[in-house]
Design a protein around this ligand. Structure first.
Ligand SMILES: Cc1cc2nc3c(=O)[nH]c(=O)nc-3n(C[C@H](O)[C@H](O)[C@H](O)COP(=O)(O)OP(=O)(O)OC[C@H]3O[C@@H](n4cnc5c(N)ncnc54)[C@H](O)[C@@H]3O)c2cc1C
Length: 499
């Protein structure tokens, strides 16, 4: 039968493509189904008008080196940039804080705020790099299904992880365990005295999170983002499309198929056993194994349907915390915007950041937002927090322009000529993230990165090893352990479970 496959993968985001490429490489008959006309999910480069091409959603990052190597991505068009741009904190009334990737240069800038902090900077960078390595080991480990099913087979990975961590250094592991539940504020205050530096670092912890720098667990999100960026600053900015196109090329070169504009309407289930999928146009495609790279809420509540699942599982799925509060504002300028290259943040103080989050707690858009700005030639891209999906009053179908105005007005305070240079703009609201990019509640990571949704609790306790209550149905998107962000870990890990 031509519509029978070994594996069907739902969603051609980077994780779905990574899983598909590994399986196709093993010689399996693989089909990837993507509802949009382009592959990539959140890792896409799109055009919004003449000369207005931009990484529309994701800001930057890279895949894990083993994935790049295993899938021979350099032969398929992806060579990660070796450039490490600076991380720049905008400050009014003084020179900006410029944290160059070279710790010695960064220390020069920090010195203007505190000699003591400048002296500590190299030690801090080394600590973060080392600690992020531990997190990477954890993300490469398949979690056992605690509290149930803690068999030897399932628990072995955790045992190995413990051993690996132990060998990497007991003191450092303890530092990691201590850091994760801390607030970003508590953590940076242990290291530094200068407000400008503390706020710049803490801002990285709240990227994409509906949390404030004073929220517990932002020690973890700081480390997660440090790991995915390889430091403070975003890497590979402007190259989203290249990454996912190379992954798609790899899938095809190994014999896999990708179909775009092929929305899956349902996963076909017969008494807790997966049979295949049905598309929005009614077409049925069969496979004993279906891997969903779509977020867990959509996978279970829409595609499988609550009637096909145990009630307790449905309840737990409904309880997954998805709380998007990011909007993107892209501005086409004539190129004379004078915004420096690198990751430019508006994070002048810890209090400023916490207040920006306060608005989101009450369903309001921050009037004084946390902004992260990157440039791709003439285009200025603004990552805007906080713009909560759940608005107390208002409607995202109408309120996008408000966010755009706030972003431009705020940036104009630092770059006075910006406004006059803009010839086109494109805003992506949290609602657009849901409707266009398929992210439930606009949650970028398919579920908030919080300690109660971490390790064996991601996506829900008892189901953290990519398996589901449906035989033959697996998860591999950012909502499972190894995700979120762009690393490919979740897509790589699922393949190890299938063996
Ligand atoms: C605004 C924003 C900023 C971000 N910034 C960063 C960053 O700086 N660094 C970082 O590491 N990460 C960042 N992220 C997070 C990161 O981009 C995501 O976690 C990651 O891309 C998710 O990848 P994925 O493959 O798991 O899923 P996705 O990229 O979400 O892919 C899922 C795919 O499934 C498709 N799909 C959905 N439903 C169906 C269906 N029914 N049938 C068929 N296909 C379907 C979707 O169209 C999509 O292509 C950001 C995300 C956003 C939204």
């Amino acid at each position: 039968m031509t519509n029978q496959y070994d594996y069907i993968i739902i969603g051609a985001g980077h994780n779905g493509l990574v899983a598909a490429a590994y399986l196709a490489k093993q010689g399996k008959k693989v089909l990837v189904l993507e509802r949009r006309a382009i592959v990539g999910g959140s890792v896409v480069t799109e055009s919004f008008g003449e000369g207005f091409t931009v990484d529309s959603v994701w800001t930057g990052g890279t895949l894990r080196p083993d994935i790049i190597k295993d899938l021979k991505l350099s032969q398929h068009g992806w060579i990660p940039s070796t450039e490490k741009p600076a991380f720049i904190s905008l400050l009014s009334g003084s020179e900006n804080l410029v944290l160059d990737s070279d710790p010695v240069k960064a220390a020069e800038s920090i010195k203007r705020f505190s000699e003591k902090d400048a002296a500590k900077w190299p030690e801090f960078v080394a600590f973060m790099n080392k600690t992020a390595e531990f997190l990477d080991v954890a993300y490469a480990t398949i979690m056992p299904r605690l509290p149930k099913n803690f068999s030897f087979d399932e628990g072995y990975g955790l045992f190995e992880m413990g051993l690996d961590l132990r060998l990497m250094g007991r003191k450092d592991v303890l530092n990691l365990i201590r850091m994760l539940p801390m607030t970003a504020v508590e953590f940076v205050e242990e290291w530094f005295e200068s407000e400008q530096l503390k706020a710049a670092i803490a801002s990285v912890a709240i990227h994409g999170a509906t949390l404030g720098v004073m929220s517990a667990g932002t020690g973890y999100t700081l480390l997660h983002n440090w790991l995915n960026r390889g430091g403070l600053s975003h890497v590979n900015v402007g190259k989203a499309g290249e990454i996912t196109q190379a992954l798609a090329n790899a899938v095809k070169s190994f014999g896999g198929e990708i179909r775009t504009e092929a929305e899956v309407k349902g996963i076909q289930v017969d008494t807790y056993t997966c049979k295949g999928v049905v598309l929005a146009n009614g077409e049925e495609i069969f496979a004993d194994t279906v891997i969903s790279a779509v977020d867990p809420k959509q996978t279970f509540l829409s595609l499988v349907g609550p009637m096909n699942l145990p009630p307790e599982f449905v309840w737990k799925t409904q309880s997954i915390k998805m709380r998007g509060s990011v909007a993107k504002v892209h501005l086409l300028t004539d190129g004379n915007h004078s915004i420096p290259e690198g990751t430019v943040v508006l994070a002048p103080s810890l209090k400023y950041l916490e207040k920006a989050y306060d608005a989101a707690k009450y369903g309001e858009v921050s009037e004084k937002p946390y902004l992260e700005v990157t440039t791709m030639g003439n285009v200025v891209s603004v990552h805007f927090q906080f713009a909560p999906y759940q608005l107390k009053t208002g409607d995202w179908r109408l309120d996008g322009r408000k966010v755009e105005k706030l972003a431009i007005d705020t940036l104009t305070e630092y770059f006075p000529n910006l406004q006059s240079l803009i010839s086109n703009s494109h805003i992506i609201t949290p609602l657009d993230l849901e409707t266009t990019y398929g992210l439930t509640e606009g949650d970028l990571n398919h579920g908030q990165l919080m300690l109660d949704q971490f390790l064996f609790m991601r996506p829900i306790p008892g189901w953290s090893n990519h398996k589901t209550p449906i035989d033959g149905l697996y998860l591999c998107g950012s909502g499972v352990h190894g995700g979120g962000g762009v690393s490919g870990a979740a897509g790589r890990n699922v393949v190890r479970v299938l063996k």
